[in-house]
Design a binder for this molecule. Structure first.
Ligand code: C5P
Length: 297
């Protein structure tokens, strides 16, 4: 039974943005098996949509039948972690647009959005620090999505410091449809560089420069192991770099490849030609889009 003071809100819609790791440096594994990272995360304008409506228990439905809707889904685990012990429930419908296993943080963003949404929907009033602690128990990338939109993430990803957004406004995302298992990519990294000192590849880049000034300085330590596991991804990167005549990077543990543009017109033109020549799904997404959390519809 719900407490007498609690009145469920009307159904609410929230949007969960994808992320890009503009820059990602990875250290040697820690005693707990996680790798220390330093990474510049930004949100990008590709959104999953979550609809919340009152229910007696916690239930999830999803537009993608391949995604589990039980306790394996971070959305369900986020809801369970927040649920007060007075019988409040929620029905959540998840409309997926962010591909799973693409290095775009879709599942983590869905979980963080669920924490933010249910904190309002259930009128819990928890401070962001408390939500951050819960987010960190759900996954390394989840806390970023509570803060965003441009942050330096350290520790295993859960130590989040806001930094100024880049000076360029648009990202071209190339989605090869390959599902990259994150643990396997980190494991391959350790196999390929067993003795490398922490952060041997230098200091993470953050800053407000435009696309062409920024791109050459960006790097991702997970590219080498991901390309070793899936050589076709390395070939695709090379092909796209030839088409767009600028550096192309991988996000997270892959498989999404991206490059940056200052204007929407440039990004749209590149999308057309890359789609034509590679046959891959390409998306133009704004970098650090305005917050769409909490938009009641
Ligand atoms: O934290 P999360 O559950 O997203 O991590 C998934 C896996 O990715 C971990 O089990 C680990 O193998 C790897 N990982 C890592 N170092 C990180 C983040 C993730 O080794 N900083």
């Amino acid at each position: 039974m719900s407490s007498p003071a609690y009145r469920p809100l009307p159904p609410a819609t929230y949007f969960a943005p994808a992320k890009l790791n503009l820059d990602l440096r990875v250290g040697a594994p820690r005693a707990d098996g996680f790798h220390p990272i330093r990474s510049w995360f930004v949100t990008v304008g590709l959104f999953d949509r979550l609809d919340f409506s009152p229910a007696d228990d916690i239930r999830l439905t999803c537009s993608d039948p391949t995604i589990p809707v039980d306790g394996r889904n971070l959305v369900v685990r986020a809801a369970e972690a927040l649920r007060p012990g007075d019988g409040r429930g929620v029905l959540i419908h998840l409309e997926k647009s962010i591909p799973a296993g693409g290095g775009l943080g879709g599942g983590s963003s869905d979980a963080a959005t669920t924490l933010l949404a249910l904190n309002e929907f259930w009128k819990l009033g928890l401070p962001i620090d408390r939500l951050h602690d819960i987010a960190a128990t759900l996954g390394s990338d989840v806390p970023f999505f509570l803060h965003g939109p441009s942050s330096l993430c350290e520790g295993r990803g859960d130590v989040v410091t806001p930094v100024p957004p880049p000076g360029c406004g648009q990202a071209l995302l190339v989605l090869p449809g390959l599902h990259m298992p994150t643990p396997a990519v980190f494991k391959r990294l350790d196999e390929l560089r067993p003795t490398v000192p922490d952060f041997a590849h230098g200091t993470v880049v953050v800053g407000g420069a435009g696309a062409l000034a920024l791109l050459p300085g960006l790097s991702n330590d997970l590219e080498t192991p991901a390309f070793d596991l899936r050589p076709e991804l390395a070939e695709l990167r090379q092909e796209i770099e030839g088409i767009v005549a600028r550096p192309v990077r991988m996000s997270g543990s892959g498989s999404t490849l991206f490059t940056l543009y200052d204007t929407d017109a440039e990004a749209q033109a590149a999308q057309t030609v890359v789609t034509q020549k590679t046959g891959m799904r390409c998306v133009v997404a704004g970098i650090c889009p305005g917050p769409r959390h909490g938009s009641l519809q």
